[in-house]
Design a protein around this ligand. Structure first.
Ligand SMILES: NC(=O)c1ccc[n+]([C@@H]2O[C@H](COP(=O)([O-])OP(=O)(O)OC[C@H]3O[C@@H](n4cnc5c(N)ncnc54)[C@H](OP(=O)(O)O)[C@@H]3O)[C@@H](O)[C@H]2O)c1
Length: 293
């Protein structure tokens, strides 16, 4: 199997480059090698490589900056994704793509199901939804995997920010009314690899059905709960200044992009189709942080 991985230097892309290794020939490209702003090059590259599978881990992910960079955000997360889907369709490749809880408005009183009504609150969410819709409309064989609150030992994420801030400040004020599931990039990549193995068989047997799946850790917490756990796990290993982590409402931490209060995604569909049981966010966080200390 020839696999084209786009976005190899992102949190998820980095882990995918490793997790997909055993499954075939992986051609992994970063932004320098394949910038999504160059749509013609994107199309030509896909056509020239002619992969059996495209895994797209690249995206414009700067949620707040996206509010003032709408054009760029849509180019990367929607127009380029449309081009990828169209090329994949032409060559008969399967497309695996990642999306986000930010396509929902967070007003539901329970975990979101895959076919719940969407209503993104910010530009990033709108662009990711447009990307999903373009894939579905293209007629390509696809799997869209929606995830949440991604963390990893490398890259820019909440885990790294809290470790930095906790070394500098006595007190941290962290939002406590947004609920979600912190999800380790490695778990996303390993789940993807497991899925790839299974769908390879399904496609060979002409049994493959495209679909949208939620892929997040089990359990949930707030950003405040996440921060508390990070500091608790880091404390034995490093000098931290922080001794108080105060819960604050979203209203006390204004950001350019509005965020959903409920980011919980139900993963039952993933478990039913692929037999995957997601680990809790605490288990993943502990294992991830063991690599840092
Ligand atoms: N991070 C989260 O909390 C989160 C939550 C839900 C869903 N997701 C989704 O999960 C997927 C993976 O996210 P992630 O956390 O791994 O993101 P990430 O760490 O920000 O990585 C994104 C990658 O995309 C690349 N990229 C950005 N603009 C590009 C362009 N114009 N052309 C080509 N590549 C470009 C970046 O390149 P550079 O390295 O050069 O910047 C980076 O390597 C994305 O689809 C994202 O929307 C993420």
């Amino acid at each position: 199997m020839k696999i084209l991985l786009l976005g190899k230097n992102g949190q998820v892309g980095w882990e995918l480059a490793r997790a997909l290794l055993l499954l075939g020939e992986v051609i992994a490209l970063d932004r320098q090698q394949m910038d999504f702003v160059n749509l013609e090059a994107l199309r030509l590259t896909i056509h020239a490589i002619h992969p059996d599978l495209i895994v797209n881990a690249a995206a414009y992910t700067a949620v707040d900056k996206a509010e003032s960079e709408q054009e760029n955000t849509f180019l990367c997360n929607a127009t380029a994704v449309d081009a990828i889907a169209q090329e994949a369709k032409k060559i008969g490749a399967l497309l695996i793509h990642y999306s986000t809880d930010y396509i929902f408005d967070g007003t539901k009183n329970a975990s979101y199901l895959e076919d719940d009504a969407v209503n993104p609150l910010n530009v990033y969410g709108k662009s990711k939804l447009a990307g999903e819709n373009a894939i579905i409309a293209s007629g390509v064989d696809y799997l869209i995997l929606r995830t949440t609150w991604v963390f990893a030992a490398r890259g820019q994420n909440f885990l790294k920010s809290i470790l930095r801030l906790a070394a500098e400040r006595d007190t941290l004020n962290i939002v406590a009314d947004q609920i979600g599931a912190p999800t380790w990039a490695r778990v996303i990549a390993q789940t993807t690899a497991h899925i790839v193995q299974q769908v390879k068989q399904e496609r060979e047997n002409k049994l493959f059905v495209s679909g949208v799946f939620h892929l997040t850790s089990a359990g949930d917490t707030s950003w405040h709960g996440f921060a508390q756990k990070i500091v608790e796990l880091a404390s034995p290993h490093c000098q931290l200044k922080t001794h108080v982590i105060s819960p604050i409402p979203t209203s006390q931490y204004p950001t350019p992009a509005k965020r959903p209060l409920n980011s919980r995604l139900c993963t039952d569909k993933l478990t039913q189709r692929f037999g995957i049981v997601m680990p809790t966010w605490e288990t993943s966080l502990k294992l991830c942080m063991e690599e840092l200390f």
